[in-house]
Write a protein that binds this ligand. Structure first.
Ligand SMILES: *Cc1c(COP(=O)(O)O)cnc(C)c1O
Length: 425
């Protein structure tokens, strides 16, 4: 038995399913979950010492690659000064200023410990600001695991949310309305049905959590106009997309500014950090200035701030993004060529350094079309390339992440493995 197998067997006795986040259990692709011993740059090493080119990137945070020397050094410097104080530090101001520099729609923000917390708090804030209760989310978008966002569409036309998890009361999601992504007509219908009741529309402006799905045409622009018309706050969940395509987010890239922005992942450089921010008038509703309560023992943690600051400072480098995004395009073009060569129906979606090869002949523009992907074929592909030292996400519906540490050689090596595996798929 491999060390990963032994550890997984032991882990299952003590940790639910052997993991602390479900996707790590490899359930949708089968096979043996990896236990990691260490990582460096673009590479990750399992408990047996086997080396992989890493395309999971911790699901987003590791945009600089693992253990970047500058980030490591700054964490070490911060560590000796204390782990956590329950009082403010200068690091919180520095990271806040970096985030604001990248996101002009934010003039004040609050740090929390995860993307889930950021989104949960942003929704509370939108409800308080508008004095309305309904929110709209889109099928296939993920916003963390707070109760009222664990909702999915029922059947029928009027898309009231139904609990998407056991333990979520129906009444908790009754004010969560679900719309299909990339469909402005459907959203209009919802607004016409509840013109004065919708507090906020929350969206992954480029989706990463059903695999990468891009907004089509003027979708984001029309979404912005519609929310303005109805006095509804537009909330961009950029937990995954923040700092992904450049020093900013989807909002900078497409020039569409939301009212509230949620961040996480990259801004902590691998440490637990989330944030939500908006213009002053909205943020001033949050305690201690306003009546919206939100707090955190570990929020603004000095070690996490140090990791975030070092990461964002390094990302203030347009050349880094040019290289990173170009390499990702090389990977995408390579996969498309290989798929064509072996007659494998495939739709490859890319945003900056996020990429998803969907095993489907359909164009993917929403959850329904994403679901046409052949998950069994993905599972076979996954296990084939994993065995050959490539670590992709263990689900068809997750984004792959290329990091600034990946070299051209890494990309070519990856494509060679793809070719070999796709030949027999
Ligand atoms: C990862 C993610 C979250 C949840 O963040 P956690 O840190 O896992 O709680 C929320 N929204 C989006 C878009 C994400 O990608």
């Amino acid at each position: 038995m491999s060390q990963s197998q032994l550890l997984f067997a032991e882990a299952q006795k003590h940790l639910v399913g052997g993991v602390n986040s479900p996707v790590r259990a490899f359930k949708s692709v089968g096979g043996q979950p990896l236990f990691i011993s260490r990582a460096e740059g673009a590479y990750i090493y399992d408990a047996d010492g086997k080396k992989y080119i890493d395309y999971v990137g911790s699901y987003g945070p590791m945009i600089l690659g693992h253990v970047h020397p500058k980030v490591l050094k700054d964490i070490e410097t911060a560590l000796v000064n204390g782990f956590c104080f329950g009082a403010s530090t200068e690091g919180e101001i520095i990271l806040a200023k970096l985030v604001k520099e990248a996101f002009p729609s934010i003039s004040m923000l609050r740090f929390v410990n995860s993307g889930t917390e950021a989104v949960m708090s942003a929704i509370r804030l939108a409800r308080a600001y508008t004095k309305r209760e309904k929110i709209v989310k889109f099928s296939g978008c993920y916003h963390g695991h707070s109760d009222f966002l664990l909702a999915e569409a029922g059947s029928g036309l009027m898309t009231y949310g139904l609990p998407a998890s056991a333990g979520v009361p129906e009444k908790t999601v009754k004010d969560t309305l679900i719309a299909p992504y990339n469909n402005i007509a459907a959203l209009k219908e919802i607004f016409e049905a509840f013109p004065e009741e919708i507090a906020g529309v929350i969206i992954e402006p480029v989706v990463g959590n059903m695999g990468v799905v891009l907004p089509e045409g003027d979708y984001l622009k029309e979404l912005r106009a519609l929310t303005h018309t109805y006095g509804t706050l537009l909330i961009f969940d950029e937990v995954m997309t923040g700092f992904r395509i450049g020093f900013g987010g989807v909002q900078n890239h497409y020039g569409i500014l939301p009212d509230i922005t949620c961040l996480g992942k990259v801004i902590g450089g691998g440490m637990p950090v989330g944030a939500y921010g908006a213009k002053k008038e909205i943020m001033e509703l949050v305690a201690p200035l306003g009546p919206v309560y939100q707090a955190g023992t570990l929020s603004g943690n000095p070690i996490a701030m140090a990791a975030g600051i070092a990461t964002l400072e390094l990302l203030k480098n347009p050349e880094l993004y040019v290289q990173l995004n170009t390499r990702t395009q090389t990977l995408a073009t390579g996969i498309r060529t290989i798929a064509t060569k072996y007659n494998i129906p495939m739709h490859v979606a890319v945003h900056g350094s996020m990429i998803t090869p969907f095993f489907t002949g359909n164009k993917v523009f929403d959850y329904t079309t994403a679901k046409t992907a052949d998950t069994e074929r993905y599972a076979k592909f996954f296990n084939g390339i994993l065995a050959q030292g490539i670590f992709p996400p263990p689900s068809q519906f997750e984004a792959w992440f290329v990091s600034a540490a990946h070299t051209d050689q890494d990309i070519y090596q990856t494509l060679e493995v793809f070719d070999e595996v796709c030949k027999n798929l």
